[in-house]
Ligand binder design. Structure first.
Ligand SMILES: [Zn+2]
Length: 281
């Protein structure tokens, strides 16, 4: 999996695994005649989606952004999503990528949908335990409160064993809005997908990496109006995308997407026809 050096930071894509989900759901009101030019679907109209996590090594800290889908989905769900029968624990995934999982001292979740924080914990006969016992975990308080509202629209996206044991033990810090979790590394609120989703920026030596989370789940979604059907506030997603992608283009940021299976790192460039496009590094 690819890595880049950005100022004094090393940033690596860690793809936990891949699932396949309905292409129509991923592209909302965009017709298949258009999105099928960007991503090929299988016979059940599903497209591949990576569980993309990024490891940021700052010299002082080893920061894991997202933890994948984890071990909670049952056999039926795995079959529906064309997932492997089992997902290895996140520390094992990191070791397979050539990094020391013991070094992870900070874990950040952009939001608490199961496909972003599933590897936070590992199920045991005695309940769920932290996958990274010595790490401090960070998530948004508003998102955690929303998860517990159990609204009909999105309750299915939340599995409490991915975060509640960490909140109960004090290992997870719930942040109120924008927060610097380590020197140069920020979680910043980017509403649209849901109210309190965060994007993660890491700046060093005048260069910026930005994990766009589900604001831009794949490179095809850089076109601001291409919004997933999952988004609770699609109109706000478009506004938030316009703001963030303009900044990314202007600052020549390196960006990462939550679910793209092809493009690990990309620059955002202004495109007169679609407003923005993604150029792989
Ligand atoms: Zn997602």
């Amino acid at each position: 999996m690819p890595s880049i050096i950005l100022g004094g930071f090393e940033i690596s894509l860690i793809r936990e695994s891949v699932y396949w989900w309905d292409g129509g759901a991923f592209f909302g009101v965009v017709p298949k005649t258009l999105w099928s030019r960007k991503i090929e679907s299988d016979e059940l109209n599903r497209i591949p989606a990576g569980f993309n996590c990024y490891l940021i090594r700052t010299g002082e800290h080893t920061i894991l952004v997202e933890t994948g889908g984890g071990d909670k989905p049952d056999a039926r769900y795995r079959q529906r999503a064309r997932m492997a029968p089992q997902t290895p624990p996140m520390p094992e995934v990191i070791a397979r990528h050539g990094y020391d999982p013991e070094a992870v001292d900070i874990v950040i979740n952009s939001h608490l949908h199961w496909d972003h924080c599933g590897g936070n914990t590992i199920l045991t006969g005695n309940g769920a335990r932290a996958a990274f016992p010595r790490a401090r975990y960070f998530a948004s308080r508003g998102e955690w409160e929303h998860a517990h509202e159990r609204l009909a629209r999105d309750a299915v996206s939340y599995i409490d064993t991915n975060y509640d044991p960490l909140v109960d033990s004090g290992q997870m810090t719930l942040v109120d809005g924008d927060c610097q979790v380590a020197p140069g590394v920020w979680m910043r609120r980017a509403p649209g997908h849901n109210r309190d989703m965060m994007v993660i920026t890491a700046a060093s030596g005048g260069k910026v990496f930005c994990f766009l989370a589900d604001l831009v789940p794949t490179a095809a979604h850089v076109q601001p109006t291409w919004v997933t059907a999952f988004d609770l506030f699609p109109v706000e997603t478009i506004e938030t995308k316009n703001t963030w992608l303009a900044e990314a283009a202007e600052g020549e940021w390196v960006c990462g997407f939550a679910h793209d299976t092809e493009m690990a790192f990309a620059h955002i460039v202004v495109n007169p026809k679609t407003r923005f496009s993604a150029v792989p590094l």
